[in-house]
Design a protein around this ligand. Structure first.
Ligand SMILES: Cc1cc2nc3c(=O)[nH]c(=O)nc-3n(C[C@H](O)[C@H](O)[C@H](O)COP(=O)(O)OP(=O)(O)OC[C@H]3O[C@@H](n4cnc5c(N)ncnc54)[C@H](O)[C@@H]3O)c2cc1C
Length: 407
């Protein structure tokens, strides 16, 4: 951005949260929506993710229910179900070419104990109004063939897509509807100004009635009240070389697959017969060759036949996590809006957040109580980062112990 402009709304960050807010605003008839992105559209977690699109949040549904009670938990969950549908509709409406595959999601059981899946199935049915289909071992082979799994649950209303292509398509839709997106425009300061805020970049500034901060795990040095409430946590993905017919032999279905461990693997078939594989978290970004090495070890445990497959690409991305693992959507006392903290389950929740923020800004609708309750508790970096790493290591140990007991 090389100028001084006026806008109704200025959004910081062109990841899914910022873009969904921008689309939500222009769809509601708000004029002069400007998105400022430090790097390029989809540079952060949104352009790097695994491409799973399904309902729910980083906080799991059992905890959501325990914390919010049946009514609020159901309505907060329903926002992500609507978001899944809305993403589909936007892909169709704006003709976004993002390799969308309507394959559903398969939760494969790592442990040899069906009660775990049956409990989850009942929870989803009774409290969230969705039916996840139980798939026993004999049928599981038509979904995924690995000795590691004992059974699975299929979530039919889930799909997967190429996340960067979706982000680029969403950005094009914003521009086609009259919004503006400025890449390579890092916001260096936000100050209150008469009638709104002044948002400054090295090359210019925007004066806007509203500002929305959607910088994800990449937000740094801009808004301390928000930054002290999130932990930037890294997670990783790789893709193999094209595997030809061998891939459909291992994964006959087009489902996106993840498993029942806390530290789970997730993967999906790509259209060109490569396998996209993701997993692990840590508090640091890592080199691509390290990522490829440890993710390949994980992949070989599930599919020993892929032990010698070549890994063509590996990358990491930063997520933003709140202590409570729920998104942080709301307004600071000084009037600035924010949508952060989507963690590792963010595609649908960022879209839900965009709708909530757009409705609040355009029509004065309240932020749903279910979100407000979570607030911005401090994460106490760097101690919070060390605690997150220790919690993850402990959860991995528990997964291993449970795997030994239940096999
Ligand atoms: C490797 C990986 C795999 C994942 N897999 C999945 C998955 O399969 N399914 C799923 O649901 N979720 C997944 N997630 C989580 C999901 O990607 C995130 O929750 C979601 O994309 C967060 O979106 P966001 O817009 O909040 O943040 P981001 O996408 O990180 O966007 C924030 C943007 O703000 C910009 N920014 C920051 N500061 C400034 C500033 N000062 N000025 C201007 N711009 C700024 C950044 O450059 C960035 O582009 C994954 C995440 C990662 C990292």
């Amino acid at each position: 951005m090389q100028q001084h402009t006026e806008a109704e709304v200025c959004i910081v960050g062109a990841g899914f949260a910022g873009l969904a807010t921008a689309i939500g605003l222009v769809e509601r008839g708000v004029r002069e929506v400007v998105v400022l992105e430090a790097e390029h559209v989809g540079f952060g977690a949104s352009g790097r993710n695994g491409g799973f699109v399904f309902g729910g949040y980083s906080l799991d549904c059992a905890e959501l229910l325990a914390q919010l009670g049946p009514e609020r938990a159901r309505s907060v969950y329903a926002l992500t179900r609507r978001a899944v549908t809305l993403i589909r509709e936007r892909v169709a409406r704006h003709a976004i070419d993002c390799e969308l595959v309507e394959g559903g999601a398969l939760l494969a059981n790592w442990f040899d104990d069906d009660t775990l899946l049956l409990r989850q199935q009942r929870l989803m049915e009774d409290h969230f109004g969705v039916h996840w289909r139980f798939v026993g071992k004999p049928e599981l082979d038509s979904w995924v063939r690995s000795e590691r799994y004992s059974a699975g649950l299929v979530e039919p209303d889930a799909f997967h897509f190429h996340p960067l292509k979706y982000a680029l398509g969403a950005a094009a839709a914003v521009e086609a509807m009259g919004g503006a997106i400025h890449e390579r425009s890092p916001v260096t300061a936000i100050e209150n100004a008469s009638g709104g805020a002044r948002i400054t970049t090295p090359a210019g500034s925007v004066r806007a009635r509203h500002v929305v901060i959607a910088g994800g795990g990449y937000l740094a040095g801009l808004v301390p009240a928000l930054e002290r409430a999130i932990l930037p946590i890294a997670t990783y993905v790789m893709t193999t070389e094209p595997l030809g017919d061998a891939l459909a032999g291992l994964i006959p279905s087009r489902a996106a697959v993840y498993d029942t461990r806390f530290a789970f693997d997730y993967y999906r078939r790509l259209n060109d017969t490569r396998l996209l594989w993701g997993g692990r978290i840590s508090v640091r970004d890592r080199r691509a060759d390290h990522i490829a090495r440890f993710l390949k070890q994980d992949m070989s445990k599930v599919f020993p036949l892929l032990r010698d497959a070549r890994i063509d690409h590996a990358w990491g991305g930063m997520m933003s996590y709140a202590r409570h693992k729920m998104p942080q959507i709301g307004r600071l006392p000084n009037g600035w809006w924010y949508g952060l903290g989507f963690g590792g389950h963010g595609v649908a929740p960022t879209t839900a957040a965009g709708e909530v923020l757009a409705a609040a800004i355009a029509h004065g609708e309240p932020i749903p109580e279910g979100f407000e309750r979570y607030g911005l508790p401090r994460t106490f970096r760097p101690a919070g980062l060390a605690a997150a790493q220790a919690t993850y290591a402990w959860a991995q140990l528990k997964d291993r112990w449970r795997g030994l007991r239940l096999s």
